[in-house]
Write a protein that binds this ligand. Structure first.
Ligand SMILES: [Zn+2]
Ligand SMILES: [Zn+2]
Length: 258
């Protein structure tokens, strides 16, 4: 009997819904054989608290960034991001990127913030955690202009099509699938998931959001549910669950150098 292990490459364990029951969240992870999780920062001002949490648990890692949807928080300089990235167990810069869903005017402040994160990542030589929504071409253009391929990273919660995935792969990025890939109507995402090379594939929950089928709609989502994302990839790609589990774990360790 092969024992399969899974890794959640993107979640938010510092959000109140999860940190308030962190022991239960970690116990559910152990039970589901989810061995590690990357808990991703959205506000540099509270990153020291996130870092204190991950330092209590050997199987948690962190990323530091100011989320593109955070309109009202103060900006974070390249220097400040670099300083926070030196915290122990901080393996990436993000989440960062562009989100024009709620900010349809394609705001300059989002682009400036995104560029600052890429510059910080290149300075500290750590990979990027990219969030993109309704902004795929602008996101790829800035990744190219700022030479993000020097550090690479992950396209988190990938909801674009196969052509966008190919462009991100060419820029040295991994493609991370979330619960969205378990949704029946996500045809473009399914098509992309079939074609990402096995050695560039990651799985994530983005918990507390985006609970995968068959638990869709439940809140909060937790890292234990990443197994359902792996199962969806196994079905779509016609590869064994063991193969998906093994490859996505190896990819995580390679990308984040842990
Ligand atoms: Zn995101
Ligand atoms: Zn996220």
């Amino acid at each position: 009997m092969v024992s399969m292990n899974f890794i959640d490459a993107h979640c938010h364990l510092d959000f109140p819904e999860l940190i308030g029951q962190i022991d239960a969240v970690l116990a559910a992870m152990r039970e589901a054989r989810v061995t590690h999780a990357l808990t991703v920062g959205t506000n540099p001002a509270t990153y020291p608290e996130l870092n204190a949490m991950i330092n209590r648990y050997p199987n948690l890692y962190g990323a530091v960034g100011l989320h593109p949807e955070e309109k009202d928080l103060p900006e974070c300089s390249v220097e400040a991001l670099c300083a926070l990235a030196q915290y122990p167990k901080t393996v990436a810069i993000g989440e960062t990127g562009l989100d024009f869903y709620h900010v349809p005017e394609r705001a300059a402040w989002q682009k400036d913030r995104f560029r600052a994160h890429i510059r910080a990542a290149r300075l500290v030589k750590k990979p990027l955690v990219i969030h993109t929504r309704d902004a795929a071409y602008e996101t790829l253009a800035i990744l190219r202009e700022e030479r993000a391929d020097e550090v690479g990273g992950m396209m988190h919660c990938f909801t674009e099509n196969r052509a966008i995935a190919e462009e991100a792969l060419a820029l040295n990025f991994y493609i991370s699938f979330s619960g969205v890939v378990t949704f029946k109507n996500a045809r473009d995402v399914h098509e992309a998931a079939k074609h990402v090379p096995l050695d560039r594939l990651l799985i994530e929950t983005d918990s507390p959001f985006l609970t995968p089928a068959p638990h869709r709609g439940h809140f909060p989502n937790t890292p234990a549910h990443v197994v359902h994302v792996a199962e969806a990839l196994s079905r779509l790609r016609d590869e064994s669950l063991d193969r998906i589990a093994r490859a996505t774990s190896e990819n995580f360790f390679r990308l984040f150098k842990v």
